[in-house]
Ligand binder design. Structure first.
Ligand code: OXD
Ligand code: MN
Length: 605
C-alpha cells in the first residue's frame, strides 16, 4: 500500500484500480502540483518507515542522537531559533463572515487568505520530499474518532505525528475512499516569520500552515484540527472539543472518578494528569487518560463521555523532574523526541529544573557551548514528545472507544492573586460563567510577553475555531443535554503571598484538592457559601502530612471582595467585546456575582 518511492511527484497513488482518484488522492495530486516536491511518500506508520526516517534525519542533522544506552531510540531536534513557540498573531480563522470568527480571533476571508498564502506554497517543496501523513484522532475503534491527513515536507513532523496520533495504515483503512477527512497542508517554507501563516478554514474543514516547523503550528492534528476545526465541528454536531486533560481519581475502594481540567498552555496540565498522589498511602491514585485535549460526547448513559484524541504527550520540559512529574521522567527514557532542550556531555537531554545547576560542559538548545551569559541552556518552551502508553500512570481505560464518564470539570489559571486554591460553581450555568471569566498569566508556550494576565475562557482563547460568544452559548446548551452534567470547579495552584512566594506546594499535593472535589461530588465535603461559589472549609480539606501553616491555608482560601470587584470590572470589559452576541445567561451571572459581592461588602463585619 505504501510504495517506498512512489515515483514522479505528480502521480497520485493508484491503489483502487482504474483511473478514478479518491478524494484523498485528488487532494494530494493538487497539493503536489502546487508545492512541486521531488517525491511523494505515503506514510504507513510502520517501524521500518520510522527507522528510515530517523536514519535520514540523523544524516541531514534534523535529529541528533542522544545517549542510546540511557535514552534508547531517543533524539534531539533543534528548531530554527525564530521558530520555538506557537505564533498566535500569525494564526487565523478564515470564515466567510468576520463575526463568525469573533473578536478574539484573527480573521481573514477564505479567498483573501488563500490568495495571500498560495504563493508561499507555490514550489515550496522543490527538491524536498512530500510526506502524506494519514492519522486518526482518537482510539482506532471509537465512533467518536476522526481522520485527518497532513501533507508536510518536514520529517520531524512525520516522526512527531507518529507519536501524537494513530498514524499510517490504520487511518487509511478507516478512511477508505471516503471524503470524510480533514486535509492539512503544511510546508516549512523558508521559516521566516514574515511568511508564516497558520490558517484554519472551519467551514470547509481545511488547514494550511506554512513557515513554521514548531509543535502546535506544524503538527496539524493537535491545535489546528483537534481544537480549532474540531470545536467548530463539535458545535455543529452537539459535542465538545476542549483544551483539557483527562484524569481518573481512584479512591480507597478502587472506584475511579474521571475529571477533565482546562488550564492554559504551560500551566501544569501534563503534571496534573500524570501526578503521583501524595495520598497514595490512603488509597488515592491518579490515572492518566489525556494531558491536553478532550473530545466529549453525550453518552447513551447520559454522562459526558471523553476520549483523548491524541496518543502522546508534547509536554513542556523545563521544571519537569522526578518530583514534579516522576511518571513522565520514567516514560521519556526511551522512544522519545526532545525539541530545543540542552544536551549533556554524555549525550543526555537536560533542561532547567531537571536536576542540579547547568554545567559548563552543556550544549545549549541552539547547539552552542553553554555559558551562564547565554541565558537558559534549554529553551523555556522546550518539549518532550513521548507515547502516552509509556507512562506508568496510563489508565487501563484510556483507549475505551466510548470514552470515560466525566464527573467534574476543573478550570484553572496562573494567578498570583484573586482566585482561591479551589472553589465550586453553584450549578452548570454558573460553572460556564466561571470558565468564561477565566484568566491566566501568559507563558512561553506562545510568542509574546510572558507573565501578563489575559482573559482566557476555558483555556480556549488561542484555540476556539469560532466566535467565543457562540462557544459560551454551546456550553450553556450542553448542560441540559446531560443526565448528570459534570460539577464545575476552579483551582489556582499559583497564588502568591506578600513575599512573592507560592503559597501552595502543588504537584502531588494537588490530589488533596481533587479529593475535596470527589467528596463534594459524593455530597460529603463541607464548604463556605461565598459570593464566588463554594470554597472549602479548612476542616474539609485533607491536610495531614502537609507542611503548610494554618495561616497560609486561610490565605489560600481567602476571597477578597475588593480583588473580586476588580476582577468583575476586567471580565465586564472583556465580555463587552462580544456585544449582543454574548448569551444573556453570562450577563445575568455577571450581574448576580456583582450583587453578591455588593451584599458582602455591605454586611457589617
Ligand atoms: C500545547 C500548547 O503545546 O497548549 O499543548 O501550547
Ligand atoms: Mn495545550
Amino acid at each position: 500500500m505504501s510504495p517506498k518511492d512512489p515515483g514522479p511527484a505528480i502521480s497520485p497513488r493508484k491503489c483502487h484500480g482504474g483511473s478514478v482518484s479518491t478524494p484523498l488522492e485528488s487532494w494530494v495530486e493538487e497539493s503536489a502540483r502546487l508545492t512541486k516536491p521531488a517525491k511523494i511518500v505515503w506514510c504507513d506508520g510502520s517501524q521500518a518507515e520510522a527507522d528510515r526516517l530517523v536514519d535520514d534525519m540523523l544524516r541531514d542533522g534534523t535529529f541528533i542522537q542522544l545517549n542510546q544506552k540511557t535514552f534508547p531510540n531517543s533524539y534531539l531536534h533543534r528548531s530554527n531559533p525564530n521558530d520555538v513557540a506557537r505564533t498566535e498573531h500569525l494564526t487565523f480563522i478564515c470564515t466567510r463572515k468576520k463575526e463568525d470568527a469573533g473578536p478574539t480571533n484573527n480573521w481573514m476571508a477564505p479567498e483573501e487568505a488563500k490568495d495571500k498564502v498560495r504563493p508561499l506554497f507555490d514550489g515550496a517543496m522543490k527538491g524536498r520530499t512530500m510526506y502524506v501523513v494519514p492519522y486518526i484522532l482518537g482510539p482506532a475503534t471509537s465512533p467518536y474518532s476522526k481522520v485527518g491527513v497532513e501533507i508536510t515536507d518536514s520529517a520531524y513532523v512525520v516522526a512527531s505525528m507518529r507519536v501524537m496520533s494513530r498514524m499510517g495504515k490504520a487511518a487509511l483503512d478507516r478512511l477508505g475512499s471516503s471524503s470524510d477527512f480533514v486535509p492539512g497542508l503544511h510546508s516549512l517554507g523558508d521559516l521566516d516569520p514574515e511568511r508564516r501563516f497558520i490558517l484554519q478554514f472551519p467551514e470547509e474543514k481545511l488547514i494550511w500552515s506554512v513557515g513554521s516547523g514548531y509543535g502546535g503550528n506544524a503538527l496539524l492534528g493537535k491545535k489546528c484540527f483537534a481544537l480549532r476545526i474540531a470545536s467548530w465541528m463539535a458545535r455543529e454536531q452537539g459535542w465538545m472539543a476542549e483544551h483539557m486533560l483527562i484524569l481518573g481519581l481512584e479512591d480507597p475502594t478502587g472506584k475511579v472518578t474521571y475529571m477533565a481540567a482546562a488550564f492554559p498552555s504551560a500551566c501544569g496540565k501534563t503534571n496534573l494528569a500524570m501526578m503521583v498522589s501524595a495520598l497514595e498511602s490512603q488509597g488515592y491514585r491518579v490515572w492518566t487518560v489525556g494531558d491536553d485535549i478532550a473530545w466529549m460526547h453525550v453518552g447513551s448513559d447520559g454522562m459526558l463521555r471523553a476520549i483523548n484524541p491524541e496518543s502522546g504527550f508534547f509536554g513542556v520540559a523545563p521544571g519537569t523532574n522526578g518530583k514534579t512529574n516522576p511518571n513522565v521522567i520514567k516514560a521519556l527514557h526511551h522512544d522519545s523526541i526532545f525539541t530545543n532542550v540542552a544536551m549533556t556531555e554524555s549525550g543526555e537531554p537536560w533542561w532547567e529544573g531537571l536536576d542540579g545547576d547547568p554545567q559548563e560542559s552543556l550544549v545549549n538548545w541552539k547547539g552552542e557551548k553553554w555559558t551562564s551569559s547565554k541565558g537558559p541552556a534549554a529553551h523555556p518552551n522546550s518539549r518532550y514528545t513521548v507515547p502516552a502508553k509509556q507512562s506508568p500512570s496510563i489508565s487501563a481505560h484510556w483507549e475505551d472507544p466510548e470514552g470515560v464518564p466525566i464527573s467534574a470539570f476543573i478550570f484553572g489559571g496562573r494567578r498570583a492573586r484573586v482566585a482561591p486554591l479551589v472553589y465550586e460553581a453553584r450549578n452548570w450555568q454558573h460553572g460556564v460563567f466561571v470558565g468564561a471569566m477565566m484568566a491566566s498569566e501568559t507563558t512561553a508556550a506562545a510568542t509574546g510577553a510572558v507573565g501578563v494576565t489575559r482573559r482566557d475562557p476555558m483555556a480556549m482563547l488561542p484555540f476556539c475555531g469560532y466566535n467565543m460568544a457562540d462557544y459560551f452559548r454551546h456550553w450553556l446548551d450542553m448542560g441540559p443535554k446531560l443526565k448528570h452534567p459534570p460539577r464545575v470547579f476552579h483551582v489556582n495552584w499559583f497564588r502568591k503571598g506578600p513575599d512573592g512566594k507560592l503559597l501552595w506546594p502543588g504537584y502531588g499535593e494537588n490530589v488533596r484538592v481533587l479529593k475535596w472535589m470527589l467528596e463534594r461530588i459524593e455530597g460529603r465535603a463541607d464548604a463556605n457559601d461565598t459570593p464566588i461559589g463554594y470554597v472549602p472549609t479548612r476542616a474539609s480539606l485533607t491536610l495531614e502530612g502537609l507542611s503548610v501553616s494554618p495561616g497560609t491555608i486561610e490565605e489560600l482560601l481567602h476571597v477578597d471582595s475588593n480583588d473580586w470587584a476588580e476582577e468583575l470590572d476586567a471580565t465586564g470589559k472583556f465580555f463587552e467585546k462580544f456585544g449582543k452576541r454574548l448569551p444573556a445567561e453570562i450577563r445575568a451571572e455577571h450581574n448576580a456575582l456583582a450583587e453578591r459581592l455588593q451584599r458582602v461588602s455591605l454586611t457589617p463585619k
